[in-house]
Design a protein around this ligand. Structure first.
Ligand code: HAM
Length: 433
């Protein structure tokens, strides 16, 4: 029988046998970001389109080419979020979270949607973990944010990750820089792609991250933004670097990083790996001092980053970093007959109430098939319950690995006796009171 349909191109399933890897990295992200004072925010998967066109920027690839936008039955234009920053900023304003004291620190796990050409490490639905910090222009905040990202990579023992750092200045430095870029790109007018021609007047900086090979080759020799920073932005950048030096965080200044989204100002950074192919940026972010105002709020200098979870997992794989497998079943209750199935069901619930992992037959299979299943799920112990066992209120507890058996009472004593057996298995030479 052919299945009705397969997954949509550019999407991935996370299967039950693999989800522990996601849970493990998500756990580390939660723990590390909590230590930096971040609390989770959850926002909707879709927003009004104008949030992204204004927030992310009309001249970006994301807004011009990649958004999943549709009209609702009520005629509203809605977009599936292509990233997490705009939605979090919208929620900050809508709920006036900034009144809770600045800086506000928000973390998130989001699924994102971009209509890009799928390839290894580039999906149409992907997942990000992000941090956003609102209400500080101080360079210590930039360094602290970068340290938070690094602490996640360190905790996961990721190697060979390069932190690339740049400053793209404020709107003031940007004016001079745009003029220089325009002058440079004007000379290549005949070669630029259609989209970049449109960007020439409106936002020539966007040409720097165009994915077309011709445009990106031309962009290689374009003027560099660091040469156009005003005194304040240059000073800010020096201080960010000094804080990073203090924290012993290694970085390289890469004057070609401009990031693909319009809201950035001053510090921008990326964590890049050579181990995962062309889509090498695992984490990217920076300061966005103008975004909150752009969305209708007060002036509120802010900053953040997002880390691509699929790319991070690819990296762990590529570096052979193993993740602890989830706990296997502590005990499987096999049963023969209806009465025995009821008893097995009752005992399974008892074991689960002690937060142990127990299973019994819920398929109605024969004994052999039940034992085969117990083996498949890696049960540590098993018990076979039949009419005799019920009558005697006693059964054999079998260690599935060694084959050893011991008697166990099926009544009130069951849990205590089972704990003993588990303890003996896990600590064969352990002391017992
Ligand atoms: P971004 O650089 O567009 O930044 O995305 C951040 C990360 O998401 C990338 O470094 C990458 O790991 C992952 N990513 C992006 N696109 C894809 C894709 N098509 N497939 C798989 N992974 C992908 C942002 O989204 C900003 N909102 C980051 C930020 C937060 N800046 C300030 N605050």
């Amino acid at each position: 029988m052919a299945i009705l349909t397969k997954k949509v191109r550019g999407t991935e399933d996370v299967l039950p046998k693999d989800s522990y890897r996601w849970q493990f990295v998500e756990d580390i992200m939660r723990k590390e970001s909590s230590a930096f004072g971040y609390k989770e925010i959850r926002t909707p998967v879709f927003e009004h389109t104008k949030l992204f066109s204004r927030g992310v920027g009309e001249t970006t690839d994301v807004v011009q080419k990649e958004m999943y936008t549709f009209d609702t039955k009520g005629g509203e234009s809605i977009t599936l979020r292509p990233e997490g920053t705009a939605g979090a900023a919208r929620a900050l304003l809508e709920h006036a979270i900034y009144n809770d004291g600045l800086p506000v620190k928000a973390s998130y796990f989001v699924s994102c949607y971009r209509y890009e050409k799928p390839q290894a490490g580039r999906l149409r639905e992907f997942h990000q973990f992000g941090l956003e910090c609102y209400g500080t222009s101080n360079p210590a905040a930039d360094a602290e944010l970068i340290c938070a990202a690094k602490s996640i990579f360190d905790r996961l023992q990721v190697k060979n990750l390069r932190l690339e750092l740049n400053s793209i200045g404020c709107p003031e430095c940007r004016k001079k820089y745009h003029e220089a870029l325009k002058e440079y790109f004007e000379t290549y007018k005949g070669e630029l792609c259609e989209t970049c021609l449109g960007r020439l007047d409106r936002n020539p900086m966007r040409i720097l991250d165009c994915k077309s090979p011709v445009c990106s080759k031309i962009a290689d020799n374009a003027p560099k933004v660091l040469d156009f920073l005003c005194d304040e932005c240059a000073d800010h950048f020096e201080k960010v670097k000094a804080f990073l030096d203090k924290a012993q965080v290694e970085y390289v200044v890469n004057p070609t990083i401009v990031r693909g989204l319009d809201y950035y100002t001053k510090t921008v950074f990326e964590f890049v790996s050579t181990d995962i192919g062309a889509q090498a940026t695992v984490c990217g972010g920076g300061r966005y001092d103008g975004l909150i105002e752009e969305l209708g709020g007060q002036h509120m200098p802010s900053l953040g980053f997002a880390l691509g979870i699929e790319r991070l997992l690819m990296l762990l794989d590529a570096q052979g970093i193993e993740i602890e497998k989830p706990a296997t079943c502590d005990i499987y209750f096999a049963s023969m007959g209806e009465n025995a199935q009821a008893k097995a069901f009752e005992l399974t619930q008892l074991v689960r109430s002690a937060s142990l992992y127990a299973e019994c037959d819920v398929v109605g299979r024969g004994l052999r098939a039940q034992m085969k299943y117990a083996d498949k799920i890696g049960a540590k112990f098993s018990i076979v319950i039949g009419d005799n066992e019920i009558e005697e209120n006693k059964a054999k507890l079998k260690d599935m690995e060694s084959g050893e058996q011991r008697d166990i009472t099926l009544g009130d004593e069951f849990l205590t006796q089972f704990y003993d057996a588990l303890f003996d298995k896990q600590n064969p030479d352990g002391l017992k009171i």
